[in-house]
Design a protein around this ligand. Sequence first.
Ligand SMILES: [Zn+2]
Length: 534
Amino acid sequence: MRAPRTIAIAAIWSAIIVSHFACAAAKTSADYLIRNGTIYVGSDDDEFRGDVVITGDRIVYVGPHGNQRFDARSVIDATGKIVAPGFIDVNSHPETYIRSTDAKQRLNAPWLFQGVTTVFIGVDGYGTPDVGADAAQFEQQRVGTNLVMYVGFGAIRQRVLRDDARAPDAAELAKMQSLVARGMCEGAIGMSTGLFYSPQSFASTEEVIALAKESAKRGGIYDTHQRDESSYGIGLLNSVQETLRIGREAGMPVHFAHIKALGVDVQGKAPEVIAAIVAARAAGQDVTADQYPWTASGTSLDAALLPRWAVDGGRAALLERLDEPASAMRIREEMQENLRRRGGADSLLLTASGLPWTGRTLAQMAQAWDTDPIDAAVRIIRTTTSRGAELASFNMIESDIRLFMRQPWVVTSSDGSDGHPRQYATFPMKYAKYSRAEKVISVREFVRSSSGRSADMFKLDRRGYLKAGYFADVVVLDPDRYAPKADYVHPRVLSEGVEELWVNGRAAIHQGKLTGDAPGRVLRHRPPAGTCPR
Ligand SMILES: [Zn+2]
């Protein structure tokens, strides 16, 4: 139907008057105007061409023609570029950087150059219960990215029970519970565990539940590197069930860290893991996961191969057992079986820097030393700590990775640890390989699973979306150049393609280079009223 002519003319006139008025009227001043980019806001909405305006630490405008309303101190032309919320890495190990005595290291560049503006730390159960003091130190020393902190089950267990393989008595359990409570009250987002790792592996499910409840009461989430991602002990699917049970009985959301099916015995089992989680979600349980897009996991030779009983009591006890012929024989037998699970000595690439085995597989070292792989592994374990025995362990298959990636309850994480390219290149890897080249997910889904969905999952206050009123964590990236540069042999190469990056409204990267500013904040969780001492 056609509008009557007079109304059409009136509409044209009023449009001219309004636009003229808008030009003539005083514009609002702003700090940054990001012009004419392809905007992904972090939701399921379609991308669109437009502008993003930043003032102070907030986004003040997202939409078309921001230039008609804002007069910005600095204008960035984002034509042909992607503008997205700064990415959120919900599982990371940036300690080498953020705890460095060198201010430049604390910029946390490996993450900034991936477009990441917030990282979660204290995962795998390693987060200190002294969350308040730790957070204060980060804020005083300044860090480049925002930080979200977990209180760690492992750190607490070790403080109270050391490395011992036993259950706590009542007083010890109460002490551990009070430490979880303290961490939560000081701002932890939840309690992390790494039940795969000793001494956490010595804890019963009931012990974990008793501690998790202290986090649940204060609005926490349960994050876990689960007890078994493979066939080491209870097995992958039983381990998934244990995690779900902990969530149900503690009464809290559960989150699987770096979900995967690890090793030859469980490869191809992603559909079964997904079915178990989908069933729990359908029954009303809050269950989510994160994932890194790599076929190799990052661990250490000792964690990958040694049986857990061998490290009961710590390193000194281990070395004694290796000296004692009967126990040494048993250790070797179990190591042989663990090596089989991991796909053999060719699948284990040693990545710690500056050592005789750097960049070589366990098979190559065995050959170099003219011995068998178990002997070579024992030799390395004897002469170095877990740090020197860092490993890229090739034990995931592509079909599992792709299937996990497509789930609407899975978000991106790097699990970025020293010696694995995922520390420098996870987000570009997911974009360049899985979204752009192989189209496993759309670019919109890449952004969503790296920002808005992550913020929703963890209830981060006004983060994860490009939205007026939200904190200005914003990335501008070149869709043709955004790509990983690090690989397994050269794991410490910065990614490319991030041209501009703001953290809390301050530029951390400008024209592809670090500005030197460290605008990160600690994003503290606030427990419900009445659950913490005042
Ligand atoms: Zn882990």
